[in-house]
Design a protein around this ligand. Structure first.
Ligand code: SF4
Length: 331
């Protein structure tokens, strides 16, 4: 197992209280595997990964029973030891490359820096590696691009630069946080193709954070569905798309456009996500769930195993509960 996280919890201390953004997430990623994390904005998907990378502000409190990366417990490392692993072996692609790249430095300066710091390379050697990576991400005329500032490049080109930055030190794991959200549809497709190609070529494991189920279907083998700071369903892409068991997953699937010619109304999920300063004591989806029962208000349901790879957190899966199927749920 490359990454094995148990009971990750992240809280933000703010003036009105403690925001419980991540409430006990377990996540495993194998070598070379692509795992998707999907859910609405504010469900905790990005915060959980930023917690792993120590990229949250000082007022965030992160704890976990374990956070093992390639045999090393990340919770036991000093900041210096952690920086060495995170910069070297875990690459991150952020959502908006315009705000992630430094506008005051050229692309070349920003790309050579990690090689000089993490690999101890000379400027000349680092430049050669950067040129090679820019070619891998299909940047035309890389020598000229290295001299340019981020604002001189298009959105798609900037995202390619971010991908080049993420693979610069040949990481074992890439975390891609909504890597295509800020791009138009045709560029989105190019960037996803590029990421899939690189993942195949380099054998890097990828965690894909997205609210777009189309991206999950095209890129991932396994999916975690998050809601209200917890994982509500986990399974293979096939299980999540064809045998979903959680009413929130049903809602997500109902709200994506169909490819077929038939005109089908998109069904939004009514209501809004829970307030994570005072999350409901029971199921986080209770206020929006059409199948909610009394017990759903009382305690958070456990994850019910459904197969070796599939589990869901819902009282409908308990013995004696009313039988509601995905087919009825989507009718
Ligand atoms: Fe709905 Fe209850 Fe299942 Fe939550 S536990 S999704 S409220 S039925």
């Amino acid at each position: 197992m490359l990454l094995d996280i148990k009971n990750l919890r992240t809280t933000f201390d703010i003036h009105v209280g403690k925001v419980q953004a991540v409430r006990g997430v377990d996540l495993c990623v194998r070598e070379g595997e692509t795992v998707g994390i999907v859910g609405e904005s504010g469900c905790g998907k990005s915060v959980s990964m930023l917690s792993v990378l120590h990229l949250l502000p000082d007022y965030a409190r992160v704890s976990a029973d374990q956070m093992i990366f390639d045999g090393t417990d990340l919770t036991q490392l000093t900041p210096k030891m952690f920086r060495k692993i995170s910069g070297d072996q875990i690459g991150m692609i952020f959502q908006d490359p315009m705000t992630s790249l430094n506008p005051l430095f050229t692309v070349g300066q920003q790309l050579t820096e990690p090689l000089i710091i993490h690999k101890g390379m000379s400027k000349t050697a680092a430049r050669e590696v950067v040129l090679e990576k820019l070619r891998m991400v299909e940047i035309p005329d890389p020598e000229s691009r290295m001299k340019q500032y981020p604002h001189e490049l298009s959105g798609g080109m900037r995202q390619r630069i971010m991908i080049a930055m993420a693979i610069m030190c040949n990481p074992r794991l890439i975390i891609a946080d909504e890597p295509t959200t800020a791009l138009d549809v045709t560029i989105q497709a190019q960037i996803l193709d590029l990421l899939a190609g690189l993942q195949k070529k380099l054998g890097t494991a990828v965690i894909m954070i997205t609210h777009d189920l189309g991206v999950i279907a095209g890129m991932c083998r396994r999916v975690l569905v998050m809601y209200g700071g917890v994982v509500v369903e986990e399974g293979s892409v096939r299980e999540i798309f064809y045998e979903p068991k959680h009413p929130y997953t049903w809602g997500l699937l109902r709200s994506i456009p169909q490819k077929s010619g038939e005109r089908k109304k998109l069904v939004p999920i009514p209501g809004s996500p829970p307030d994570l300063i005072a999350p409901p004591p029971g199921c986080p989806f209770v206020a929006r769930c059409p199948y909610a029962m009394n017990i759903c208000n009382q305690a958070l349901p456990e994850l019910t195993p459904l197969s070796d790879t599939h589990c869901a957190r819902c009282y409908l899966l308990c013995e004696g509960a009313p039988k509601v199927t995905w087919e009825e749920g989507r009718a």
